[in-house]
Ligand binder design. Sequence first.
Ligand code: KIV
Ligand code: ZN
Length: 514
Amino acid sequence: MTDRLYIFDTTLRDGEQSPGCSMNIDEKLRVAHALATLGVDVIEAGFPIASPGDFEAVHRIASEVKGPCIAGLARAARRDIERAAEAIKPAGERGRIHTFIATSPIHMQAKLRMSPEQVVERAIEAVRLARALAGEVEFSAEDAGRSEMDFLCRIVEETIKAGAKVINIPDTVGYMTPDEFGQRIRTLIERVPNADQAIFSVHCHNDLGLAVANSLAAVENGARQVECTINGLGERAGNAALEEIVMILRTRSDRYDIETGIDTTRIVPTSRMVSQITGMPIQPNKAIVGANAFAHESGIHQDGVLKHQKTYEIMTPESVGWTTNRMVLGKHSGRAALRARYAALGVELDDNRLNDVFTRFKKLADKKKDIFDEDLLAILSDESEVNVERIKLVSLHAASGTGDTPVAAVELEIEGKLLKATAEGDGPVDAAFKAIKSLVEPNGKLLLYSVNAITSGTDAQGEVTVRLQDGNRIVNGQGADTDIVVASAKALISALNKLPDMHAKVVHAQYSGV
Ligand code: KIV
Ligand code: ZN
C-alpha cells in the first residue's frame, strides 16, 4: 500500500522570519486560504506569544481556514503554551500546539543555560500542558542535528510518553548531510521503544543547500511529516521548498512509493502569491516555480521538445500550474466570470468583496486589454492595503525627459487631511518618493526597491516592491499599476501604512527639496 507523507507548511511562521518577509493579518489570511486549497495537511500559522499581531493572525486563521490542521508555535514555557492554545482554539480538534526546546550541547549550555536533566523535565511539562489544552501536540528538539544521539533518544521517548503525537527533528542550522541525517532518523525510530506511537517529522534549513536532500533522506528512513515552505522561504538561507519535495516524490514515484495530499496544479499560483505578498522575488532558474523552469532556449532542446515533450521535460508545466493559456479576462467580463476566476485561483469572494474587487478590475481593464491571473492577484494586494490605509494617494504628476530635471507633485490624504508636496529627483520615481516622504514621519530607510512586469507586453502592469526599515521594524509594500511611477508611489505608501507610528509631519511647508 502506498504510504502517506504529511506536508506541514511553515511559510507563515519560519517563512515569515526571513528578513523583510513580514506580512500583515490580511496577507497571512490570503496565504493560509491558498495553502488550504493547495492541500497542505498542517499550516503553522505563527508564533502567538511573539506579538499581538501574531496572536491575532493565528486566531483568525484558526477561525476562518477550513481543512488543514492549524498549528501555533510555543517555546516550552507555560505562558507561550497557554497563548498558543488560546490562538488555535477556534480550530477545535484541528488545533495543534507545536512546542520546542533546544537539545544540542551548545544550545543547552550557551543559550538556555540549563542542564540536560532540566531540559528533559521542561520538555515533559510542556508537552503535558499542551496535551491538556489542544487536540494535537507536536514536540521539536531544536538543533536536533547537532544533539547527542543518546540524549535525543531519551527526550523523544519521554515526550512521546507525555503525549506528543508528532516528534519533529529539526536540522536548525542546516549542518547535516543527507546520509547522516537519514541515519539519525532511522536510529531514532529503531531505538526509541515507543517510536511507533508518534509520527516522525523533519524540519531542515538550507544553509548548505541541502534542505530538500536531507528531508528526502529522512523520508527514505521513515519520517512521515516534512516541514517546508513555499519558495523555500525561511530563516537565513530558508527551509526546504515545498514545491521541490512534492514534485520529487511525484516525478520519482518509481523510487518513493509515497503520496502527499497536494494538488500540484496549485503550486505555481501559490508560489506567485507568496512572492508577491512578501516581496521576495523568485529566481528565474528556481526549480519548479522559476520563470525559466520550463523554458527551452537552445535549438537542440526546442527541437527535441517539439518532437516529443519527454525528451527534455521530466514533468509537464501544466502539472505544477503553469498554464499556456493565461489570458483570462477583459473589459467585457462580468462579475460571475471574475468570481469564478478568483475561485480557480483559490480566493473565494463574498458579495461585498466581489463588488469592491470588480470596481478595481474594471478600472484596470480600461487601461489594459488583457487581464491575467497575475493582474487579478495584484488587485487583491492593493485591496488588502485598504484596511490599513492611513495615507491615500490622491494624485501624482511626474515629469521627466532628456535634459530636464525630473519633478513630481503629489497630493496625499493623511488621516483625513489633504497635503501636497513637490520635489525634484534623480528620476521621476526618486522625485515622487522625495515628495511623499516629505509629508510623513517616520518615513523609514529604503532597503529595497524592485520592479517587475507582471505580465508581458508594454501595457503590462508594473509591480513594485518597496522595503523600509524604521528602527528594528522592517516592512514591505507592494503597488501595481500600468504606470510605473504610480506603482512605485503606491508601493511606498503601502509600506508607510505598515509603520505603526507613521503620521503626517506637523509642519509641512511645500517641499521642493532636491
Ligand atoms: O529551525 C528550527 O529548529 C525551528 C523549530 C522551532 C522547529 O524552526
Ligand atoms: Zn526553523
